[in-house]
Design a protein around this ligand. Structure first.
Ligand SMILES: [Zn+2]
Ligand SMILES: [Zn+2]
Length: 726
């Protein structure tokens, strides 16, 4: 008899014991009955002795074994355990989010065979036309079954030839499984400047695990450093993982790597089909691909021989999963590099404060690219426009509109940046002041004129535009605030001779749309570009000579201490869209607080001065990276249940002994208390020693695992939270 420790995909802490008559290795999936549900669990330990409190007879048998051999390697299991411990999250949930859906559903962890045929007996003679056609096709080459079908070949004749051993049927996949590094070639090799070369040398000389921060100003040629560092890894016959932000993974990104390396490259992101994800997962595990490019969850993909990890745009918030089981893909990746004993390169033009701080204390090594890689680049002039006492049209000041006019008349392109989709933020009743709100969230609805709907930006619920006010039956409504759609409408009227394009999530929702817009912008098809965050990244638009940012004030006065950091990053990225080639560029920022010190630092002195300023402020206030935070997030569809549970947890926390450095705040409602039809409350725990915080949370996890706390609510622990108000 064997006793198995099993992780189940439910938000419950701890492993569950089952028994089996046969040995099941860790890393194998099994089917079990859990509270009358049939679920798939992952075996993490198998032993002959029962270390459980329950007698043998009370322990259930497993129902079925799915894998007889582990499909996950030991390193990947280690990574899952680390993630669960670091994040203080139920291990079954981490197993669940780390696996492709197909594996979670119980599909076999093996490739689908691709059947193909080759000729065995070259001397075989036949009078059958159908057979002759097949033999002719197979002369000197292999042909897959799918190709035969496409060529309208008589399949029964093929079967006959197979039986006579004239042709051989085989799995094409198993043939491809040869050395992918054999005919390695590199194209488009650039000559690096001194800075790039010395950064590359440092990375190439890393002997095993090391974290680098590649801080390269916009246009300094980070990509070239990545490319040549990758070359070096591939030459050693090792694989590379490249992580990119969610909106950075376009077909163009993948194409760029394809053009450079003649090695199998695969992508890993949510737009792939279940089968594609599984195939890429297995290909990576078995060493059949050289480079994997993926979003945050790709960090859990197993590698046969991982030689380097690159995290591009390392400051990007999409590396952090913000719902249910939260984790930070960046920190998991650093641990993955440690297990694989390989270097990891975090790259950005605007690194996170945490990463810069880690360089200052010697945890990471800083590599800087200060100069532009291309000789021809323009000057950029940055100006704050004081919009106090000015009349705005669709949120734009006369100063900005006139500046646009000047640039457009000279044949240049202008970019107006705003982080708000839709037409207007709020729809208000003129007679009673009623504001249309979402039924499921504490949020106002945004009017989307193109679709003629009201949309909630927090739960994506859509509503028809009502004809009368539900409060007073009036039919007089006003719209307040500006969205991308409203600016688009205004600019089309104001500048009828210049084609306008709006780039936001609504206008680029269909696949390939963003790429075709970007192409059209580069070909000068559009003159006025209106965009949200999607446009702030990486794209190179040589003809953009004016960038206007129109609502930055909100970030300056946010209660979230990270808001100014995000503003500085966004501003620097957006400003980097101009002055990319010979042409000079202008950046205009509209603000109601032109004298704000932070704004002036970001604009007048640049990102690095801002970082110094901001780090001093964080140190003074004892905020991360000078302290460590964890949020216990409690949510429920019933407000009372949630509040009771929150206080139960708070009382439990009070009883757990803790280091004096650990502070616990009483439960407080999230800024948006009701979101997606659930109520949310937060308990903030903080310490300036990570270890003490972690030990304290370990004890909380023990309490949660012992079922002492009401389970009718969802409880998640969020380590290093990046959204502390929500
Ligand atoms: Zn009304
Ligand atoms: Zn909503």
């Amino acid at each position: 008899m064997y006793f198995l420790q099993v992780a189940v995909p439910l938000p419950l802490y701890g492993l569950f014991t089952y028994k089996s008559d046969v040995y099941v290795d860790s890393g194998c999936r099994i089917k079990v009955n859990f509270n009358n549900q049939n679920i798939i669990g992952l075996v993490l330990d198998c032993s002959e002795s029962n270390n459980n409190n329950y007698p043998d007879s009370k322990i259930k048998y497993i129902d079925e074994i799915i894998d007889f051999e582990p499909y996950i390697d030991k390193d990947s299991l280690k990574l899952i355990k680390f993630t669960s411990e670091y994040q203080h999250s139920p291990i079954g949930m981490i197993v669940d989010l780390s696996q492709p859906t197909a594996l979670r559903k119980g599909l076999k962890a093996c490739r689908q065979p691709i059947y193909a045929y080759k000729l065995l007996n070259y001397n075989y003679k036949t009078r059958s036309d159908k057979q002759q056609k097949i033999l002719k096709l197979l002369n000197n080459q292999t042909v897959s079954l799918a190709e035969f079908k496409g060529l309208n070949v008589h399949i029964p004749s093929l079967k006959v030839l197979e039986q006579k051993q004239v042709v051989l049927k085989f799995d094409l996949n198993s043939e491809i499984n040869t050395d992918i590094f054999k005919n390695l070639q590199f194209n488009n090799k650039h000559v690096l400047n001194n800075e790039q070369q010395s950064a590359l040398n440092e990375i190439n000389n890393a002997n095993g695990f090391k974290v680098f921060l590649l801080h390269g100003v916009t246009g300094s040629g980070k990509t070239e450093v990545y490319m040549q560092a990758i070359e070096n890894v591939l030459k050693r016959k090792q694989q590379v993982l490249i992580m990119v932000p969610e909106i950075g993974l376009t077909p163009q990104t993948i194409e760029r790597f394809h053009n450079h390396f003649n090695i199998p490259i695969a992508a890993m992101h949510s737009a792939l089909s279940e089968r594609e994800r599984l195939d890429n997962y297995l290909a990576c595990r078995d060493g059949r691909i050289g480079i994997l490019i993926g979003t945050r969850s790709s960090v859990f993909t197993p590698f046969k021989s991982l030689g380097m990890i690159i995290i591009d745009e390392e400051h990007d918030s999409s590396y952090k999963q913000q719902d249910t089981c939260r984790y930070n893909g960046k920190y998991i990746a650093i641990y993955k590099a440690k297990i694989s004993n390989c270097p990891i390169v975090l790259g950005s033009a605007t690194p996170s404060l945490e990463s810069i701080y880690n360089c200052k204390i010697g945890k990471y090594q800083l590599l800087k690219l200060n100069s532009k890689a291309f000789v021809n680049h323009g000057k950029v002039i940055e100006t704050i426009i004081d919009i106090r006492n000015s009349v705005l049209q669709a949120g734009l000041s006369d100063y900005l509109i006139n500046a646009m006019q000047t640039e457009l008349q000279q044949g240049n392109q202008v970019l107006i940046f705003l982080n708000k989709r839709g037409f207007a933020n709020r729809v208000v009743c003129n007679d009673c002041g009623y504001v249309f709100k979402c039924k499921f969230c504490d949020s106002f609805l945004t009017y989307h004129k193109t679709k003629n709907i009201l949309n909630c930006h927090h739960c994506e619920a859509n509503y028809n535009v009502p004809s009368i006010c539900p409060n007073c039956n009036s039919a007089n409504f006003s719209i307040i605030g500006n969205g991308t759609e409203q600016i688009e409408e205004f600019l089309k009227q104001r500048f009828p001779d210049y084609p306008v394009v709006r780039i936001d999530r609504d206008s680029t929702s269909s696949r390939g749309k963003l790429d075709s817009y970007i192409e059209d912008i580069k070909n000068n098809k559009f003159k006025i570009l209106i965009g949200t965050q999607i446009l702030s990244k990486g794209h190179h638009f040589p003809n953009v000579t004016l960038v206007g940012l129109i609502n930055v004030d909100q970030s300056l006065y946010s209660n979230d201490f990270r808001a100014t950091e995000q503003l500085a990053q966004l501003y620097t990225q957006v400003a980097g869209r101009t002055g990319r080639e010979e042409k000079d560029g202008k950046v205009l920022i509209q603000s109601y607080s032109p004298n704000n010190l932070i704004l002036q630092t970001i604009i007048g002195e640049g990102y690095e001065k801002f970082v110094d300023y901001c780090l001093n402020e964080r140190k003074y206030l004892n905020l991360p990276p000078f302290s460590y935070q964890a949020l216990v997030r409690i949510s429920s569809s019933n407000k009372e249940t949630m509040n009771n549970c929150a206080y139960e947890i708070f009382n439990t926390l009070q009883k757990i002994s803790r280091d004096p450095s650990v502070t616990v705040e009483p439960p407080r409602s999230a800024v948006m208390e009701k979101k997606q039809n659930k109520f949310h409350v937060l308990i903030m725990i903080q310490s300036n020693k990570r270890k003490n915080l972690s030990l304290y949370l370990d004890n909380l996890v023990k309490e949660l695992a012992n079922n002492k706390i009401n389970k009718k609510t969802e409880i998640y622990i969020d380590i290093d939270p990046t959204e502390v108000l929500q």
